[in-house]
Ligand binder design. Structure first.
Ligand code: ASP
Length: 314
């Protein structure tokens, strides 16, 4: 019988609280994110599955400071390791603050034929009750699953799709939700209890991403609400914005003054995408309306989507 090579999981470190360190093991807030090396994180997590775990430090930052150049580098490293035959899947350790953004970005630019599993932590690695080691062990388990492909997030015993995941709590250990769509699975004692299929995103060519961060299309989010007027839109047009995601009220409705300002922006060549500031659900259209709909994407993800569409149309 032929001996199959042991499967490998590659863990790419980006920093975050999972790699954070505080002066005291009882301090879960006064830590510095992005301090502990990814090799040490891997060493601190137990792996049930018989796998070889490799690690690579791609960045070491607090994810609130994420940059387009780092996204580009990360996408390249993920694609590189996925192409290796012995690699079962890739894990990315990341900060929680922009985890949903990086997950959505990767899901749109990496043609993953294996699992790409992002994970993070709410407590630093130095905490007496750190949540990172279990989250990393769960992510590694998911990365070894055969027959599954795409970008997902393993967090607090739950598996989320890159499309639906969002951070919903600033402190709780179970800080992420998939909203209306619900999670993909529960991860229980090293086993996956599937709840729904992993969704697939359409993939954008990675060579469309400029090396120079300033060459990425500038897209901002503007929120509609009481007394909203067009001043911010006028300022954005004057400053050279390429796209505006509007976070509308309810079913994507807009204050009439803001809507007029956005119509003016569109007439001047600014791309507009309409989303909703509601926490759950999708915009429901019965008749075509002005401005394209972001569907069920949150304003934060709609911003990435519009950026990628603008890159694709160049
Ligand atoms: N500020 C941290 C980060 O996003 C928060 C975390 O990881 O939980 O890197």
């Amino acid at each position: 019988m032929q001996n199959l090579p042991e499967r490998t999981v590659v863990v790419l470190g980006m920093g975050g609280t999972i790699a954070g360190r505080a002066a005291s093991a009882d301090d879960n807030l006064g830590y510095v994110a992005g301090t502990v090396g990814v090799g040490a994180l891997v060493a601190s997590a137990s792996h049930d599955a018989p796998v070889t775990v490799e690690s690579e430090q791609v960045a070491q930052i607090d994810s609130k400071d994420m940059e387009f150049a780092l996204w580009r580098r990360l996408a390249g490293r993920v694609a590189h390791h996925l192409a290796r035959v012995e690699v079962a899947g890739v894990v990315v350790t990341h900060g929680t603050d922009t985890l949903e953004e990086t997950a959505y970005f990767l899901s749109r630019v990496v043609a993953a034929d294996k699992p790409v599993v992002l994970t993070a932590a709410m407590r630093p690695a130095s905490s007496r009750q750190a949540d990172g080691p279990q989250n990393l062990a769960d992510a590694t388990t998911v990365a070894t699953l055969g027959g599954r492909a795409g970008v997902v997030v393993a967090f607090a015993g739950t598996l989320h799709s890159a499309h639906d995941v969002r951070k919903v709590h600033p402190y709780r250990l179970d800080a992420f939700s998939s909203g209306d769509a619900g999670p993909l699975a529960r991860i229980e004692d090293g086993r996956l209890r599937a709840l729904r299929d992993w969704p697939a995103e359409s993939i954008m060519a990675r060579d469309r991403m400029p090396e120079d961060a300033s060459a990425w299309p500038w897209v901002e989010i503007v929120t509609s609400g009481t007394g909203t007027d067009g001043r911010v839109v006028a300022a954005l047009i004057a400053a050279g914005v390429a796209g505006i995601v509007v976070a509308g009220t309810g079913n994507g409705s807009l204050h009439r003054v803001l809507e007029a300002a956005l119509a003016d922006a569109e007439a001047r060549g600014v791309a507009i995408l309409r989303s909703t500031r509601c926490l759950d659900g999708t915009i429901v259209e019965n008749t075509p309306r002005r401005f394209a709909s972001a569907g069920d994407l949150t304003p934060v993800k709609a911003r990435i989507e519009l950026m990628l569409r603008l890159l694709e149309s160049r």
